[in-house]
Write a protein that binds this ligand. Structure first.
Ligand code: HEC
Length: 187
């Protein structure tokens, strides 16, 4: 917490609007929510990007973006964000919040990098710890806690949920040969 605050003050003083100078984050999941929840990055997302893509974008861009061409992977983060905002509000006919757009952009960054995607959308302390969100279709999740490892897979809409005895430390997402590790111990 201290670390994040001093980092922010530094950035504000420097008049920068990016966190790129700060040591933690930019896993796709952490990118949008690192500020509000340093330890467990929970996004306030109303349109889960994995299911929303299949429902609203896949008819033009293919299941899981399989019709995107070579130019797609070369878009800058800013261009990608602009396209996604336009597409969500335009042809897809959605009413996304800024966090929804950020989450869809992070999902596209993972698609472009051919890495599995994960986002935490809810984290509740209740009979232990309940954690849920979305992840790339056909991926495999290994949730690491202080005590053990719990394995789960997202459903056909990309939704996953786990009930844990001890707090989660991180999630390893695997898909095909690629993997992404979202570390909750870092701020
Ligand atoms: C009705 C068809 C249609 C739908 C639905 C649609 N798009 Fe698009 N999308 C297009 C077309 C056509 C382009 C190329 C437009 C251009 O180059 O100006 C495009 C371009 C893009 C690009 C830029 C990369 C590229 O391949 O040109 C991204 C990223 C993108 N769309 C994301 C999305 C997302 C995310 C959704 C769902 C929220 C979505 N689109 C829904 C037709 C669609």
């Amino acid at each position: 917490m201290m670390k994040l605050q001093s980092c922010l003050i530094l950035l504000l003083a420097a008049g920068l609007f990016t966190l790129s100078g700060c040591e933690p984050k930019t896993t796709p999941a952490a990118a949008s929510a690192a500020l509000s929840a340093p330890t467990i990055p929970v996004g306030q997302i109303t349109l889960g990007p994995v299911s929303t893509f299949e429902q609203a974008c896949a008819r033009c861009h293919g299941p899981q973006g399989s019709f995107y061409g070579e130019a797609f992977a070369k878009l800058s983060d800013t261009q990608l964000h602009e396209f996604i905002k336009e597409m969500m509000e335009g042809p897809a006919g959605l009413h996304p919040t800024e966090e929804d757009i950020a989450a869809m952009t992070a999902y596209h960054q993972a698609l472009a990098a051919k890495k599995p995607y994960l986002v935490v959308m809810d984290y509740v302390k209740e009979n232990g710890y309940r954690l849920s969100g979305q992840a790339s279709l056909q991926s495999n999740l290994i949730i690491q806690t202080a005590a053990n490892k719990v394995q789960t897979t997202p459903d056909s809409n990309g939704n996953w949920s786990v009930q844990l005895q001890s707090p989660p430390r991180g999630i390893l997402v695997q898909k095909d040969e690629a993997q992404t590790f979202v570390d909750f111990r870092k701020p």
